[in-house]
Structure formats: C-alpha cells, structure tokens
Design a protein around this ligand. Sequence first.
Ligand SMILES: Nc1ncnc2c1ncn2[C@@H]1O[C@H](COP(=O)(O)OP(=O)(O)OP(=O)(O)O)[C@@H](O)[C@H]1O
Ligand SMILES: [Mg+2]
Length: 485
Amino acid sequence: MQCYAPTRPERKSPVVSQSYPATQIVVQPRSLFNQRCLFSDWQKGKSKLGLRDLEGALTARDKVGVQDLVLLDAHKSEGAVLDNLKTRFSVDLIYTYIGTLLISVNPYKELDIYSKKHMDLYMGVNFYELPPHIYALADNAYQTMLTEANNHFILISGESGAGKTETTKKILQYYAVSCPSSALLDTVRDRMLMSNPVLEAFGNAKTLKNDNSSRFGKYMDIQFDSQGDAVGGHILSYLLEKSRVVHQNHGERNFHIFYQLVEGADEDLLRQLGLERDTEYYNYLAQVLCMKTINDKNDWQTVKNALTVIHFDDSDIEVRHLFGIIASVLHLGNIYFDRDFKGFAVLNSSPELRWVSKEAMLWVPWFALLLDAGVLSQVLCPFTVDHAIYARDALAKAIYGRTFTWVVNHINESLENQDPARKTVIGLLDIYGFEVFYVNSFEQFCINYCNEKLQQLFIQLTLKAEQEEYEAEGIEVKHNSLLQL
Ligand SMILES: Nc1ncnc2c1ncn2[C@@H]1O[C@H](COP(=O)(O)OP(=O)(O)OP(=O)(O)O)[C@@H](O)[C@H]1O
Ligand SMILES: [Mg+2]
C-alpha cells in the first residue's frame, strides 16, 4: 500500500518534484507472517494511558526492530527487511517507514492505535518525530498542503486483502476529526464518510482473499479551503469488474448490494420489485456456495442510512428506481431461452422479462402493449442459445456498470463544493489489489498491470528522491537503471 509525503522536513532540498507524489504506504499480505501477534506490556495497559504516557509508550516501542528500513544495516538483504517487519509485527507494530514510504502489515484484528488520543498525538507533529503511523503520513500531507498551498496525493497499493481500503478510511477519519468544524463542514464530512458504505455495497464483493474486496479503483479528491477546512470532494471510479455480475469464481460472491437487497429489503419493497427473499433463486447469485460470513441484513440498513446522508432521499423516486434497476439485473439472469426446430434461441414472455421491462424501463410502449394483450407471445431472434445468453449477460453487465457510474455521479453531486474560490486537494488512490488466478479476467489483468505500474512509480520516486538528495549534498551517486522504468 502506498502513500505520499512531499519533503523530508528536516532536510533542506525538496526531494521530489511537486507534480509527483512522494510518500507511499506498502501493505504486505499477512501470509508473510504466520505468527499471531504477542501482546506487549504496553498493549495490556494501553486503555489507561494518558496522552503523555501514550507518547512515552510509543517511544519505548521504537526499540523493537528498526522503524525506518533506510537505517537497517543490511538494507540490501530482502531477508533482513522481512525479518525487521516480522519482529515489529510480533509486537503489533504494523507500520514501518522506508524513507518517505510507509509499509503497513495487515494485523487482521482491532489494534488500539486509531483512537482520538492517537489522532491528537500525531496532529501537527514532525513526520519523523513519532513512530511510523498512517496518521503521521495523513498529517504530513495536510500540513504541507496548507503551508505550500499545493495539491498532494496519497497512493495506496498492495495485494488484495492487504488493507488498502481500511487505510483509506483511516485517513478520511483522521481528516474528519482533525480538520476545523462547522455545521456546513460537518455535512460535507458526513457525506464523505458515508459515501464509503454505498460505494462498497455497489463496488465490493467477497473474494477468496477478502470478504470485502474492492472490485473497482477509486480516486477521491478531498478539497480544502485556505483555512484547511474540508469543503468538498470528488470521486473517480475505474475498471469496475463487471464480469462479476454474471459470473463468480468458486467461493466468491457477486457484488454485496444484490444480497443486501434480497435479504434486507422489507416485504413491501420486495413485492414492488417482484423479488423472492431467496438468493438461491437467482442464477447470478446462486452459482457458487460460500461460507456465510457477512451479515447482509445489517449492511442493508447501513447502506440505506448512508444513502439518506448523501442525498438519496428515501421517499425519492431515485432510490426506488435504483433498486428497481438492481432487481432488473437479477430478473435478467433468470431469463432462459428455448431452442426452436432450426436451432435458434426462443425468448418466452416469462414473468422475468416483464419485470426487466418494467424495472429497467427497457420497454418500448408497443412491445409492452403487445405482450400484455397476448398478441405477442414470443420474440424470435437469429441467435443460437449460447449467443442469446451471451447477449443477455452483456446487457446485465452494461446495466450494472451504468448504474454504478450513476451512483458515483450522484455522490459527486452531493459532495460538490459550491464555493468558486481556489481550493487545494489531497487525493487518495485506492485501486483493487493484484491477484493471480489460473484464468484471469480482463479486468484482473488490467488491475494487475496498473498495480505493477504503481509499484514501479513508487520505486522510481523513492530512488529519485534519494538520488536528488545525495546530489544536493555533493555525494557521488551511481546511475540507477530503475529510474528509467
Ligand atoms: N489496520 C487494520 N486493522 C485491523 N484490521 C484490518 C486493518 N486493515 C485491514 N484489516 C482487515 O483486513 C480486511 C481487508 O482489508 P481491505 O478491504 O482494506 O483490503 P484491500 O487491500 O482493500 O483489498 P482489495 O484489494 O481486495 O480491495 C479488512 O476487512 C479488515 O478485516
Ligand atoms: Mg479494497
């Protein structure tokens, strides 16, 4: 996972050009570390600590391993780097720097390092003064943005399940707590925080590696005014894994929203949408058997509340249409085709077809009329059954993809900053992690390529930054081929 910081505060020359991000977080998968974490004395007494004690305890913990890998004696040995991360991880020190990069190892358990006390501790403090933490990085980007009045970016990369999305949320929470507050700004802040559950419902799914895996890339701008108030935001989404709508690998699920709707919606809404309360009934949801580890009913409530906060009014016709379209995708998956005597697909006027026509508003008036009047009972098309299924699935993917874009646009409208004065932004990039399957989907191929490029960028920027610094200090440096990547 990767993030940014503009300059090393204690050094004179800027280490990277302003147009590039500089600090990165690298999240390593936990599989590197099979050991469970030990609880240190500090951990046992943590809840009773005051701010001063907390700082003291953090400093004591510095002595475990090396907190900046640049200072590691055997810094060229991969084993030594991993050993250091492992040693720190064994006492719940999940963060380690490599210069201006931050490495984070997923603890897969709640650590008491994200409290308000911790936020206060890192607020406005020099980047290297306290032990490595995501708050140090978030604060550094914020403070530098304010003093230099320019834009900053936090890039996050890592394997699927490494903790990228969780880190994005931690950064957002940090800004929500640390930035100045007023009634208007609180609304913007709430909407930014609440956009997460909605985007996750529509864009995340259970995979083999992660129960809440992002299946789209997200770049979020947080806009700040000259006082440092968060006044708006904007989200760009990339590469939604649309193939998941119609097919899921063994042990994986479709996007969360389908299960949430079927399991969580009240009877009235289900009836209006023509849905059964049974995920097994729908072809697009019943392809694989998964262990039930997700509470879709509770998540449905969270999403409904979040939709209200980000301006999807419950009484609003938009919400009804939104779920209508999601329902239409499920109905579409249940449309089947018969084969006529010539081998062509025959589309029967099944109830599903009527629901799709109604919910997705795909109907053409005369078509619906003829169907209703019983004049038209079958539609013949020059497709084989396989081709017809392919076309049906393509339509389902297209409908879902456009719905997702519409949701993102709607969120953007609610986050839009109304003040025309110049703003500076902190951008957060959270793409979905790399994974390698026996057969990789086109989207997975693109995202793996994208992650590779990001990793190269991190290496390039880190080495370049160090090289520039050496040069500024008059130290001779060997030309490094990695910089030409
Ligand atoms: N800092 C953390 N503290 C505790 N648990 C964490 C932390 N970071 C991640 N996790 C756990 O790991 C899980 C996976 O994290 P997350 O969804 O952020 O992964 P990801 O890198 O975004 O994966 P993907 O690329 O598949 O989207 C979370 O659901 C959470 O249980
Ligand atoms: Mg994610």
